[in-house]
Design a protein around this ligand. Structure first.
Ligand code: HEM
Ligand SMILES: *[C@@H]1O[C@H](CO)[C@@H](O)[C@H](O)[C@H]1NC(C)=O
Ligand SMILES: *[C@@H]1O[C@H](CO)[C@@H](O)[C@H](O)[C@H]1NC(C)=O
Ligand SMILES: *[C@@H]1O[C@H](CO)[C@@H](O)[C@H](O)[C@H]1NC(C)=O
Ligand SMILES: *[C@@H]1O[C@H](CO)[C@@H](O)[C@H](O)[C@H]1NC(C)=O
Ligand SMILES: *[C@@H]1O[C@H](CO)[C@@H](O)[C@H](O)[C@H]1NC(C)=O
Ligand SMILES: *[C@@H]1O[C@H](CO)[C@@H](O)[C@H](O)[C@H]1NC(C)=O
Ligand SMILES: CC(=O)N[C@H]1CO[C@H](CO)[C@@H](O)[C@@H]1O
Length: 323
């Protein structure tokens, strides 16, 4: 009898342990509940991104913004009047309609099963792979949040004028370290930026001529002559990695070492010795080393404060919480 009692206690402890464990993301979480989900996403991306490769940049940035505010829970996709989309850093995001189309296809296959948070994470990875960039594993099982708060987005997402200390603090708040900061910033090897993100470096520095002395003077002159021709041009877009904005290569890091990083936040990465050493390490290794390290940091970012199990919900439409 004593044996049964002990067994009972062990079983109870095990049950309590399982109950208290926060469910983890897992590979192919939808294998039983919606076996075609990941393939539907992948096929749509493979069919459509080649005609719109610049969306890959928008998606990886959107995923980053999502994860930095209340975890990777698709809160960035919500259309609410004071939501994250309204935050300053969000005003230049594109591709919401693309996500809505993928969600509709997945909903048609298995209604109410696959989260928008997972769909955004998968679209991001598949888009980057489609433009020839790195592959990373995307375990799934994220659930969607119901809160999107513009103030939180503005305070948690780093900005282009932030110094190294601030960047380090904002990443550290998310459980990301200096290595993650350097690697994930490498996403600036693709995509575009609007002039207001950097034109104060061209016009508004206290140095003579108004040009930020930490920016290569030839590059600055070129940007002023051909791109951001006035201090308040809000519409012109500039390649962050000129000449290879759809190619996921190492040239972003090369530019940093030539003082041609576009934002103050890019330039800041060369000003801390730990961070600079990481940049040099990436540059002295083959591209596949960067890809492998980038993959690890992306996987880590994709796990930030995820909602799992019974937390949150599975949204029916990515732009709205379920009523
Ligand atoms: C380290 C702090 C970061 C800062 C301060 C920052 C800031 C910015 C800014 C200001 C833009 C230009 C937006 C515009 O004017 O349209 C931008 C673009 C972009 N960012 Fe970042 N970013 C950071 C980190 C990241 C990370 C971690 C990722 C992804 C892993 C990322 C991916 C991108 C991409 C791909 C674009 C181009 C978007 C497009 O072409 O639509 N950034 N970033
Ligand atoms: C959500 O808002 C965006 C613009 O902010 C718009 O393009 C999109 O159509 C809206 N989505 C829905 C489902 O209303
Ligand atoms: C948004 O977040 C801020 C900062 O956490 C908080 O002060 C504010 O009350 C929140 N707004 C809403 C509408 O929840
Ligand atoms: C970095 O920026 C923050 C916020 O603007 C400021 O308080 C801090 O003094 C700056 N740190 C350095 C080392 O410049
Ligand atoms: C330019 O600098 C002045 C004074 O430092 C500041 O008031 C103004 O807001 C700055 N403008 C821009 C676009 O950064
Ligand atoms: C650009 O945006 C700034 C700040 O929102 C505004 O003050 C300025 O008038 C705008 N410039 C143009 C040309 O629209
Ligand atoms: C570089 O940043 C790290 C944080 O990543 C900090 O501990 C270190 O003191 C910084 N080094 C210098 C030289 O500023
Ligand atoms: C893409 C997107 O949703 N952009 C929104 C960002 O915030 C501004 C200001 O509220 C909105 O007008 C945009 O629609």
């Amino acid at each position: 009898m004593a044996g049964t009692g002990l067994l009972g206690i062990i079983v109870l402890c095990l049950l309590a342990f399982i109950g208290s464990t926060h469910p983890q993301l897992q590979m192919n979480f939808y294998a039983k509940s919606c076996p075609k989900a990941e393939k539907i996403v992948r096929d749509y991306v493979k069919d459509h991104i080649p005609n719109a490769p610049s969306l890959a940049a928008s998606f990886i940035r959107m995923h980053f913004h999502d994860c930095f505010v209340r975890g990777c829970d698709a809160s960035v996709l919500l259309n609410v009047s004071s939501g994250e989309k309204n935050a300053v850093p969000n005003q230049t995001l594109r591709g919401f309609d693309f996500i809505d189309r993928v969600k509709s296809l997945v909903e048609a296959e298995c209604p109410g099963v696959v989260s928008c948070a997972d769909i955004l994470t998968l679209i991001t990875r598949d888009s980057v792979v489609t433009i020839g960039g790195p592959f990373w594993k995307v375990p799934t099982g994220r659930r969607d949040g119901v809160i999107s708060n513009v103030t939180e987005a503005n305070t948690r997402i780093p900005g282009p004028f932030d110094n190294f200390t601030t960047l380090h603090r904002l990443f550290s708040n998310q459980g990301l370290d200096t290595k993650d900061l350097v690697l994930l910033s490498g996403a600036h090897t693709i995509g575009l930026a609007h002039c207001p993100a950097f034109s104060r470096r061209l016009y508004n520095s206290t140095a003579p001529g108004g040009v930020d002395p930490t920016l290569d003077s030839e590059y600055a002159a070129n940007l002023k002559a051909n791109k951001c021709k006035t201090p308040n041009d809000n519409t012109t877009k500039v390649e962050m990695d000129p000449g290879s904005r759809n190619t996921f290569d190492l040239s972003y890091y090369t530019l940093l070492t030539k003082r041609r990083g576009l934002f103050q936040s890019d330039a800041a990465l060369t000003r801390n010795s730990t961070s600079l050493a990481l940049i040099n390490q990436l540059l002295s290794n083959p591209l596949k080393f960067f890809y492998a390290e980038f993959a690890k940091s992306m996987e880590k970012m994709g796990r930030i404060n995820v909602k799992t199990g019974s937390e949150g919900e599975i949204r029916k439409q990515c732009a709205f919480v379920n009523s």
